[in-house]
Write a protein that binds this ligand. Structure first.
Ligand code: ZN
Ligand code: ZN
Length: 408
């Protein structure tokens, strides 16, 4: 059963159910931390399996434990379940029935694949040298659902259950060939913080700027100065991306406004450059404003930390990928991605790694990316993802058991 080809065959048998579940979740997307309908669908799809299910109370999170046939530690597999607040513009027969909500990040597929992995691993339960925890998570798209579940005791299982020794997650990637696995050791995805700058001057008549304190030139200079700050003060080898996405001021052509607001995003690949950029950003904004006699109020809204794959765990993902999919389909990414993930909070607590799963639609040379209103995925990738999840859990538990034997 644990031979890669057996796992794939078994996963392919689940395909019609996976597609059905994924499409039903896709048609009824839910947002944020409360996903009652999605949770109901997940629980119904897990029914009859030998799982110990724990429902989180503060959110719609679900944790299902599969006890292995042999004693050992626990391995956690994560699937996120939430959609995005945006309209869907595909012609799919199962497109979103809810205006303003769309599964454009593939979390519908993540949920279906994790359900599939639970079915597959339940079939080879006796071979598991430990437990597998299936973590169904809400609120990945900005609400830090993973952090909420950690705060609600995700990793605190008490005396009678083994501790989580490793955690893994998969994320679909429409750009990658169907069924390919891609990851890298170290930083895989960036941190993502939001900043807001409020500039306050003195408003007045546009013909008499000398009687006013115009916040607009200061705002423009801050945008430029921030880019210079990034290139001059942050090492090119540990890059950050800083983008001002909103600049708002004024109401008409003959009035100098009293205030201006800037908003933007700050992304980094290490805590070091993240902190350096956070501090410098405030300093530059306040310094430029002061030079113009304008008052600046700076606010940083910290977001997800950097997603850092633990090296041996990333190596394990690539090794399992090679065994399951063949050498060319296990891709070591040359560089990280500047998007962010709240799986990063889990990787701060336990060793683990995340990988991308290729879901490029057939015939698509320039597929719409995640978060596009036209994003689509190839459902033929679902069994690959299911078999990969299962193989990773089996492999990780085997490796952890071998490690503890060697330590004895
Ligand atoms: Zn997303
Ligand atoms: Zn996502």
């Amino acid at each position: 059963m644990t031979a890669p080809s057996d796992l794939l065959d078994a996963a392919r048998k689940l395909q019609p159910r996976l597609v059905d579940l994924r499409r039903r979740i896709h048609a009824e997307p839910e947002l944020g931390l409360e996903l009652p309908e999605t949770r109901r669908k997940v629980l119904a799809a897990l029914e009859g399996l030998p799982l110990e299910i724990r429902l989180h109370e503060g959110t719609s999170g679900v944790v299902a434990r599969l006890r292995g046939g042999r004693p050992g530690p626990a391995v956690l597999l994560r699937g996120d379940m939430d959609a995005l607040p945006m309209p869907e513009d595909t012609e799919l027969p199962f497109r979103s029935k809810r205006p303003g909500a769309m599964h454009a990040c593939g979390h519908d597929a993540h949920t279906a694949m994790l359900v599939g992995a639970a079915h597959l691993l339940a079939q080879c339960r006796e071979e598991l040298a430990g437990d597998v925890l299936f973590m169904f998570q809400p609120g990945e798209e900005g609400q830090a659902g993973a952090l909420r579940m950690l705060e609600e005791g995700l990793l605190e299982e008490g005396e009678e259950a083994p501790a989580v020794a490793a955690a893994f997650a998969l994320h679909v990637a429409p750009q990658l060939p169907c069924g390919a696995i891609a990851t890298r050791p170290g930083a895989l995805m960036a941190s993502a913080d939001v900043f807001e700058i409020e500039l306050r001057g003195r408003g007045g008549h546009a013909s008499m700027p000398h009687d006013c304190l115009d916040p607009l030139p200061a705002a423009c200079e801050i945008v430029q100065a921030l880019q210079t700050f990034v290139t001059r003060r942050i090492p090119a080898t540990d890059p950050v991306v800083l983008t001002v996405t909103r600049l708002q001021a004024g109401t008409t052509s003959n009035v100098i406004p009293e205030s201006a607001q800037l908003t933007g995003t700050l992304r980094a690949l290490s805590e070091r450059s993240r902190q350096q950029a956070q501090q410098g950003l405030a300093q530059v904004a306040e310094g430029v404003a002061r030079a113009h006699g304008v008052e600046a109020k700076f606010q940083l809204l910290p977001g997800y930390p950097v997603t850092v794959n633990h090296e041996p765990m990333a190596a394990l993902l690539l090794e399992v990928g090679r065994q399951l999919l063949g050498e060319p389909s296990a891709i070591q990414l040359p560089s990280p991605v500047m998007g962010a993930e709240d799986f990063s909070y889990l990787l701060q607590k336990v060793p683990g790694a995340m990988a991308f799963l290729g879901v490029r639609p057939p015939g698509a040379s320039d597929p719409a990316p995640c978060h596009s209103n036209r994003m689509q995925l190839n459902e033929d990738a679902l069994p690959w993802g299911v078999a990969f999840h299962a193989a990773v859990a089996l492999h990780a538990l085997g490796q952890l058991a071998a490690g503890s034997r060697a330590a004895r």
